[in-house]
Design a protein around this ligand. Structure first.
Ligand code: UDP
Ligand code: GLC
Length: 426
C-alpha cells in the first residue's frame, strides 16, 4: 500500500488570521490515510496549539525580526533589495529546506506571501513541487506597487501551481495562461457551532434579565453592554474581523449613527482585535464612537476564539471593507449561520453574496448606502429570515470544507503523486 503523500505547509505567522484559520480548517479535514501534513511556522502563536490539538505535526522555525516584522502594506521597492533581509531569507530558507529533506517531504504548500518566497527558495534548493495558495489580491491598493508587481512576476515561474481564494484574487495575478492555477473558495467547517457566550448572554427563550457581554478593554464612557431579554429585544447588528483601516469598521460606526436615528434600540457589536498592531486605528474607532454619542450601543468585544455563538445572536451581519476583499470568510460564516449580510461590493465578495437574495451589496466606503441597507433589513423580519435561509443554502452548497477540501486533496494527489513517480523512476 502507498504511504501517505507528505506535504509541508508553510506560513510565516501563527496568529489567527483568515488565511491561518483556513489552513487549520483544511488540515482538520484532510484525509490522513492519503496525506501526512507537516506544518512549519515562522513564529509561535495560537495556531500552534490548535494544530497540535488537531494532531498535526507542527514545527516552529523562528523567522528573524527583520523578515517577520516587515508589514506587507508598508514594504517599498527598497525593501526588496535590502541585502541584510535577503541574506537572512536565504539562510532561513536553506534551514527550512534541510528540515523538509529530513522529513522526506513530497510537496510544499505555502499559505502567505512571505511563505511563498521562502517556499519558492526551498523548492529551488530541494527540487520539490510547490503550490502557492494565494489569499491576498496582488494589487497596488493592497500592497505597494513594486511588491505586487514582483510577486505577480514570480507567479509565472516559481510555483508549479497556484490556488486562489476567489476569481477576483486570481485575476489580480494577471497570469498569461490559466492552466497552472485554480480558484478554490474558502471552506468553513459546517459543524462550526461553538459555544462562546452562551453562559454570558441569555438565550432568546430565557426571561428578560440583563447580562454582561465581555468588552475588550476598559474605555471609560463606553457602555459595557446590557442586552435586554426578548420582551423588547433590540436588534443586533455585528461586524466580525480584525481591526484595521481597510476592513472599514469606521464606516460601520458612521452608518450606525444614521441607523440609530431610525432604530434607536439597535445594538452594534464589533468583534475582533487589532491583531497585527493597528492599535491607533482601534483607539480612533473608540474615540469616534464617543464623539458620535454611540457609547451606549456600540460594543467592542475584542478577539473571540469562536465567533459562532455571537453570529447566532446577530440579526444582521455587516462586512465593510473599503478595499476589494480577496474573499471574506466572515461573510460565509454569517451565511452558514443563516444571517442576512450587508457587504461591500468589491473583490471576491460578489462571488459570495447574491445581491438582493442572500443580502445586500453596497458600494465600498459609502456610509449612507450601508445605513440604508441595514435599515431595509431591520424593518423587515421576513426579508431577514428569507435572505438568511438563502444564504445558508448557498454557503452550505459552495463554501464549506465538504466542497473545498476534496478539491485541494485532488490537487495534492496530482502534484505530489507525480513528483513521487518521477523520483521513483530516477
Ligand atoms: N475571527 C475570529 N475571531 C474574531 C474575529 C475574527 O475567529 O474575533 C475569524 C473569523 O471568524 C474569520 C477570520 O477570523 O474566520 C477572518 O477571516 P476573513 O477572511 O474574513 O478576513 P481576514 O482577516 O483573513 O482578512
Ligand atoms: C486573507 C484575505 C481574506 C480571505 C482570507 C482567507 O486574509 O484578506 O479576504 O478570506 O485570506 O482566504
Amino acid at each position: 500500500m502507498q504511504t501517505p503523500i507528505r506535504i509541508s505547509f508553510l506560513d510565516h505567522t501563527a496568529k489567527l488570521g483568515g488565511a491561518e484559520l483556513s489552513l487549520l480548517n483544511t488540515l482538520q479535514k484532510l484525509d490522513r490515510s492519503r496525506f501526512a501534513p507537516f506544518v512549519i511556522l515562522g513564529e509561535d502563536g495560537p495556531l500552534v496549539q490548535k494544530l497540535t490539538a488537531a494532531g498535526v505535526d507542527t514545527c516552529i522555525v523562528p523567522l528573524e525580526s527583520a523578515v517577520a516584522d516587515a508589514k506587507k502594506d508598508q514594504l517599498g521597492a527598497s525593501s526588496l533589495l535590502k541585502l541584510n533581509a535577503v541574506w537572512k531569507t536565504l539562510k532561513y530558507s536553506w534551514r527550512v529546506a534541510r528540515l523538509m529533506r529530513s522529513k522526506r517531504v513530497d510537496l510544499i504548500h505555502t499559505n502567505s506571501l512571505k511563505a511563498d518566497i521562502i517556499g519558492g527558495l526551498c523548492a529551488w534548493f530541494t527540487g520539490l513541487p510547490l503550490i502557492w495558495h494565494i489569499h491576498d489580491r496582488l494589487e497596488g491598493a493592497y500592497l505597494p506597487r513594486p511588491v505586487a508587481a514582483t510577486i505577480r512576476h514570480l507567479c509565472r515561474w516559481l510555483p508549479d501551481f497556484i490556488v486562489a481564494n476567489s476569481q477576483s484574487t486570481l485575476d489580480s495575478l494577471r497570469l498569461p495562461t490559466r492552466d497552472r492555477s485554480a480558484v478554490i473558495f474558502e471552506g468553513i467547517p459546517p459543524e462550526q457551532r461553538p459555544a462562546f457566550t452562551s453562559a454570558l448572554i441569555p438565550p432568546p427563550e430565557s426571561s428578560g434579565s440583563m447580562a454582561t457581554v465581555p468588552v475588550c478593554d476598559d474605555v471609560s464612557g463606553l457602555n459595557q453592554t446590557l442586552l435586554p431579554g426578548p420582551a423588547n429585544k433590540p436588534a443586533v447588528v455585528g461586524i466580525v474581523g480584525r481591526l484595521t483601516q481597510w476592513k472599514g469598521q469606521h464606516v460601520l460606526i458612521e452608518a450606525a449613527a444614521l441607523v440609530r436615528g431610525r432604530f434607536p434600540n439597535t445594538i452594534f457589536q464589533i468583534i475582533g482585535s487589532a491583531m497585527f498592531g493597528e492599535n491607533s486605528y482601534e483607539a480612533m474607532l473608540k474615540r469616534r464612537v464617543m464623539e458620535l454619542g454611540l457609547g451606549d450601543c456600540m460594543q467592542f468585544l475584542g478577539f473571540q476564539d469562536d465567533v459562532g455563538s455571537l453570529l447566532d445572536r446577530l440579526d444582521v451581519l455587516v462586512h465593510a471593507s473599503i478595499l476589494e476583499e480577496p474573499f471574506g470568510r466572515v461573510i460565509t460564516e454569517g451565511m452558514l449561520g443563516g444571517k442576512p449580510v450587508v457587504a461591500t461590493r468589491g473583490g471576491g465578495v460578489p462571488e459570495i453574496v447574491l445581491d438582493g437574495i442572500t443580502g445586500f451589496l453596497v458600494p465600498m466606503a459609502h456610509v449612507a448606502g450601508m445605513a440604508d441597507a441595514i435599515c431595509k433589513l431591520l424593518e423587515d423580519p421576513i426579508l431577514r429570515e428569507k435572505m438568511g435561509r438563502e444564504g445558508r443554502k448557498r454557503a452550505s452548497e459552495h463554501f464549506t470544507t465538504n466542497q473545498t477540501v476534496p478539491q485541494l486533496e485532488s490537487l495534492f494527489e496530482r502534484i505530489g503523486g507525480a513528483h513521487r513517480r518521477r523520483v521513483a523512476v530516477d
